[in-house]
Design a protein around this ligand. Structure first.
Ligand SMILES: Cc1cc2nc3c(=O)[nH]c(=O)nc-3n(C[C@H](O)[C@H](O)[C@H](O)COP(=O)(O)OP(=O)(O)OC[C@H]3O[C@@H](n4cnc5c(N)ncnc54)[C@H](O)[C@@H]3O)c2cc1C
Ligand code: SF4
Length: 501
């Protein structure tokens, strides 16, 4: 029986973040561990509601009230088991998920602050590592069937682990030089230290998953070869086609880059330096895109933009502006627009925003301004209004509102246009839809024997969705291969986030 009054006795509290001057001088995670006392107190705020809407908010269907109560009573081993039953990688979601479960917490209905579900999750995840170092759980007997997983992000890895534990022989093919997808070189260490990926990979390897890095499927190995070697193929290639703005005057100037070029270069430098102060980041052709001493302008308002902001400060930027097309969101849920328990449109302050920089809302870049040598020296912006007309976005500049912001480095973090157009698609007989994603039938197949999951299917989304889709696609592959019993399938291909009807 949970504590029915916990939320009346305790306010929502998170552990203090590491002080800004300290954390921007290194690349370590922003949050220190919370400590058992705080986490047990916060878990006590969970009411174990008759209908826990947090379950619906979480695409994985994490059993949140169950593990909250187990943590409250100090029953950590059972909490670890409960969490691992639904989530292959809680150490990733506990650190990185925006926590739609918290937006759906029933405490929010009565005007209370939600339970710190994500923080409890990460503490359980870290307790699992501390307790048994992520003990491998290999299959008791092999099935003799083999699966190729293309792409090693959270979708591919979740599917690989589920299938290997069910006895199938799984090979993960990754074109990059390291496993992890966006978790490896997209997301900076101050959000996710890479030791967490490495520990999980050691477990997967011990469970029999084989990894082949540096293999670009469709180029280094053909679809035909993969299909000949394996009984099924899962495509989990992400949605890495960055949106650009080729029509904006000055786009070709030196110093204007895709955000991912900056993030990947910076993450590689950190990886090479082993968390010390890294050398300047450069593009593969040697062009420097390091923010040190520069005026940086980041265009975009999401996760990618916030990650660029944190990286720019750690690299020693002289100043950073972050530009957003949309007006500043409210700080409280607008119940008419986004009623509980849906995900509300809110001003989201990431830890990177605490570290400096200026956010400018409701503006659009009119021109990247040349310094006369082909290098950007400023961006010319205008205040704008944005309307949706027949599903199309109409951006209207306000006359007379133009001004310049100094810029030596401009980073485009304006979203993704779906999965990349690459040879693998035609070879497997699959196509991109209007959103740049690959459609799946209800059994997750995009073509006979070819399954698809994660961002490649859903479009650029979240880690929690990638893991959920990876698990569900694994269940479908297991059934396709005639495996014994059923694997858990938390979502179907048509599942959408909670929405007001
Ligand atoms: C900068 C940034 C920050 C983010 N921050 C967050 C966050 O804080 N929280 C959150 O929940 N989500 C975040 N996301 C989103 C999240 O990272 C993605 O939703 C998630 O990684 C998708 O997982 P995936 O497995 O589908 O694909 P990915 O992680 O994109 O992995 C796809 C992999 O497929 C490989 N691949 C592609 N084609 C081939 C081929 N032909 N052969 C072999 N390999 C191939 C790629 O190299 C890549 O490694 C962020 C995204 C970005 C870009
Ligand atoms: S994975 Fe995300 S939505 Fe699910 S319980 Fe964890 S924080 Fe909440």
């Amino acid at each position: 029986m949970p504590d029915p009054n916990g939320f009346l006795r305790y306010d929502r509290r998170l552990p203090a973040r590491r002080p800004v001057p300290v954390r921007i001088s290194d690349w370590r995670e922003v949050y220190p561990p919370a400590g058992e006392e705080l986490i047990r107190e916060q878990a006590t705020r969970c009411m174990d509601c008759g209908i826990p809407f947090c379950h619906d908010g979480c695409p994985l269907g994490n059993r949140i009230p169950d593990w909250n109560d187990l943590v409250r009573t100090g029953n950590w081993d059972a909490a670890v088991e409960s969490l691992q039953a639904t989530n292959n990688f809680p150490e990733f979601t506990g650190r990185l998920c925006p926590a739609p479960c918290e937006a759906a917490c029933v405490l929010g209905l009565g005007g209370q602050q939600p339970v710190t579900i994500k923080q409890v999750e990460v503490e359980i995840a870290d307790a699992a590592v501390a307790r048994d170092g992520l003990r491998p759980r290999p299959a008791s007997a092999p099935t003799g069937r083999s699966v190729a997983v293309v792409g090693s992000g959270p979708a591919g890895l979740a599917a690989a682990q589920q299938l290997a534990r069910a006895g199938h022989t799984v090979t993960v093919y990754e074109r990059d030089d390291a496993i992890g997808g966006l978790l490896r070189y997209g997301i900076p260490d101050f959000k996710l230290e890479k030791q967490h990926i490495d520990k999980r990979l050691a477990q997967l390897t011990a469970e029999g998953v084989r990894f082949r890095t540096g293999v670009d499927v469709g180029v280094d190995v053909t679809a035909e070869q993969l299909r000949a070697e394996h009984d099924a193929v899962l495509l989990a290639c992400g949605a890495l086609q960055g949106r650009d703005t080729p029509e904006t005057p000055g786009r070709a100037l030196r110093g204007v880059h895709q955000a991912m070029a900056h993030l990947v270069a910076a993450n590689r430098v950190v990886a090479a330096a082993g968390n010390g102060r890294p050398a300047p980041a450069t593009l593969p052709d040697g062009t420097p895109i390091d923010a040190a001493g520069k005026h940086v302008v980041i265009i975009g308002g999401g996760d990618t933009a916030a990650d660029c902001l944190g990286v720019a400060h750690r690299q020693g930027a002289a100043g950073v502006h972050q530009l957003d097309l949309y007006p500043q969101p409210p700080t409280e849920r607008d119940a008419a627009r986004d009623p509980w328990p849906t995900w509300p449109w809110l001003l989201r302050n990431y830890p990177a925003h605490e570290e400096g920089g200026e956010r400018v809302f409701a503006v659009a870049v009119q021109e990247f301004v040349d310094d006369g040598t082909g290098q950007v020296r400023a961006v010319r912006i205008a205040e704008v209004t944005v309307e949706k007309v027949d599903g199309r976005r109409i951006v209207t500049p306000l006359p007379g509102s133009e001004r310049e912001i100094p810029a030596d480095l401009v980073l485009l973090a304006i979203g993704f246009e779906g999965t990349e157009q690459q040879p693998l698609l035609a070879q497997f007989g699959v196509t991109r839809n209007a959103r740049g994603a690959v459609d799946a039938r209800p059994d997750w197949q995009a073509a006979d024997g070819v399954f698809v999951a994660g961002d490649m299917h859903r479009g650029a989304s979240l880690i929690v969705w990638a893991i959920a889709e990876g698990r569900a696609a694994a269940a479908a592959i297991h059934a396709y291969l005639g495996g014994v019993g059923e694997l858990p399938a938390p979502v179907d291909p048509a599942r959408q986030p909670l929405a007001a009807r």
